[in-house]
Design a protein around this ligand. Structure first.
Ligand code: ADP
Ligand code: LRH
Length: 475
């Protein structure tokens, strides 16, 4: 009998608490709670609604404990880069959301002392204006950092509130830009150069480590009958999603497709060539010391933010029906640059896409269905290109693309990626992130053993992905 574990996974589309069960060659997972994760704007910027989320997480965990009194452990993942500042253990202000525009000042201040090339050599990260070091630099410039004695990434903040222990899990810490690529330790020299206080950074832990037992007060709050540990998982959601890719060959690329499309390959060693930097490929830290060599493509954010705009105009949108209508479009549609940085911020997405079409002399979508078709075609094009680039830059052969996450339910997208890449696409699991989270906890508890390949074999066996065969040869 497998021990049930609880996975907390906070994505941009929703937060969820899932119960997971892993045995020798079997895995299952089911949702216990799902709740919105909507940022809040106030005059000072765009923020996490962190206390409301924490309340929802506690309610979800309490429900998990009611359903499974023998709950074995808890693991937490969220999206990367964002953090809270604390002083004497208390949170200062409300964490910023990375889509807040404040980071430009941080990029400028940082690049004034360290060039983009030097940064890449040190941390191996693609340039994203919201990488934690730029956010922290912006906070220093604005005085927000004043008085802070600790920075905790969001999963580590929630973990601290549950256990009282302050740590930084390494896969997520790798997205800060403050870990050195050579040893994945905090980069003291870089911190000094960019004038960020070393003392705010906590001790590093690895996915699979036991962080600490829950505080007695939290145990009572959750109605848990016995002591259980918070276990460090790949607390960067993408790291957890890559753990759960049901690959049965080493020649695979992955697309972790939700709000973002994270497209790349898994490597043993980083690639920090000038070509990789120019292509804006990142070397994020994976579970078990692997390297996630990937590029951030804007992802289904383009669709969800368009839907949000249409809904705020008073329209009622049924996503599956809209995707069916997009699949039925036969007119040629614009393929715009899904990587355009102008698409990052919240706001009127259809107008921004229309501007891109206009500027590129491309056909303007004439209906909502054509808009959606144009978005999906553009994403598929960017995904296929990123797979090709990942393979070329890393010399890793790719025979199959695994598309995991919420986007794997998008039949049109999966089909178009296969066609544009000229490679088979294996779609699913939808909840790859939560599954990766569950697998690492279960391995620590001893319910399953082995390397990532063994864990992936369990996923492939229990949740076989759906095959999309390309109608074209490799491009
Ligand atoms: P995140 O972890 O970033 O919150 P998810 O992996 O949960 O993202 O994926 C969310 C995305 O999945 C949505 O933006 C939506 O485009 C897509 N999605 C959700 N449900 C469906 C569905 N029934 N059909 C097609 N796509 C879907
Ligand atoms: C995906 C993700 C991605 C990061 C972005 C901030 O949810 O974690 O890997 O680049 O959010």
């Amino acid at each position: 009998m497998s021990t049930p574990v609880a996975a907390v996974d906070l994505g941009a589309t929703s937060g969820r608490v899932m119960l997971g069960y892993v045995g020798h060659n079997e895995l299952s997972i089911r949702p216990v709670a799902r709740f919105p994760n909507t940022p809040v704007r106030e005059a000072g910027g765009l923020h996490w609604n962190i206390l409301e989320l924490y309340r929802s997480v506690l309610a979800g965990l309490a429900a998990a404990a009611r359903e499974e009194p023998g709950l074995g452990s808890i693991g937490i993942d969220t999206w990367a880069v964002d953090y809270a500042l604390l002083r004497d253990g208390r949170m200062l202000g409300t964490p910023f959301h990375y889509r807040d525009g404040r980071t430009a000042a941080g990029v400028e201040a940082t690049h004034a002392v360290v060039s983009a090339r030097e940064l890449y050599a040190a941390n191996g990260l693609q340039h994203l204006p919201f990488n934690t070091l730029f956010q922290l630099a912006a906070d220093r410039e604005s005085g927000t950092l004043d008085g802070a004695d600790r920075m905790l990434l969001i999963p580590d903040l929630l973990g601290y509130w549950l256990t009282g222990r302050q740590v930084a899990e390494r896969t997520n810490a790798s997205t800060t830009g403050l870990l050195h690529l050579s040893n994945r330790e905090w980069d003291d020299a870089l911190l000094q150069r960019v004038d960020l206080p070393r003392g705010i950074l906590p001790e590093l832990v690895d996915a699979g480590d036991r962080i600490a037992p829950l505080l007695p007060t939290m145990r009572t709050e959750l109605g848990l009958a016995r002591d259980i540990d918070l276990i460090a998982v790949g607390s960067h959601d993408t790291a957890s999603a890559v753990v759960a890719v049901p690959a049965t060959t080493s020649n695979f690329a992955y697309i972790s497709c939700g709000t973002w499309g994270l497209v790349g390959v898994e490597l043993e060693h980083p690639v920090i060539t000038e070509a990789a930097r120019a292509a804006n490929f990142t070397n994020e830290g994976g579970v078990d010391g692997r390297v996630r060599f990937l590029h951030n493509v804007m992802g289904l954010w383009l669709l969800s933010e368009s839907v949000r705009t249409w809904e705020s105009d008073g329209l009622t949108i049924d996503l599956p029906a809209l995707l069916d209508a997009a699949a039925a479009v036969t007119a040629p549609v614009a393929v715009f640059d899904a990587n355009d940085p102008g698409l990052l911020a919240p706001g009127d997405m259809p107008s921004r896409i229309a501007q891109l079409c206009l500027r590129g002399g491309m056909p303007m979508p004439a209906s909502m269905a054509e808009f959606v078709r144009s978005i999906i075609e553009s994403l598929a094009d960017a995904f296929a290109a990123a797979v090709r680039t990942a393979s070329e830059l890393s010399t890793q052969r790719v025979d199959v693309i695994h598309l995991v996450g919420g986007g794997s339910q998008n039949d049109l997208l999966c089909r178009l990626v296969a066609d544009r890449a000229g490679l088979p696409v294996l779609a699913g699991p939808v909840e790859a992130t939560a599954i990766g989270n569950v697998l690492i906890q279960s391995r620590t508890l001893g319910a399953v053993s082995g390397d990532l390949e063994s864990l992936r074999a369990v996923v492939a066996e229990s949740l076989p992905p759906l095959l999309y065969t390309p109608r074209t040869a490799p491009g």
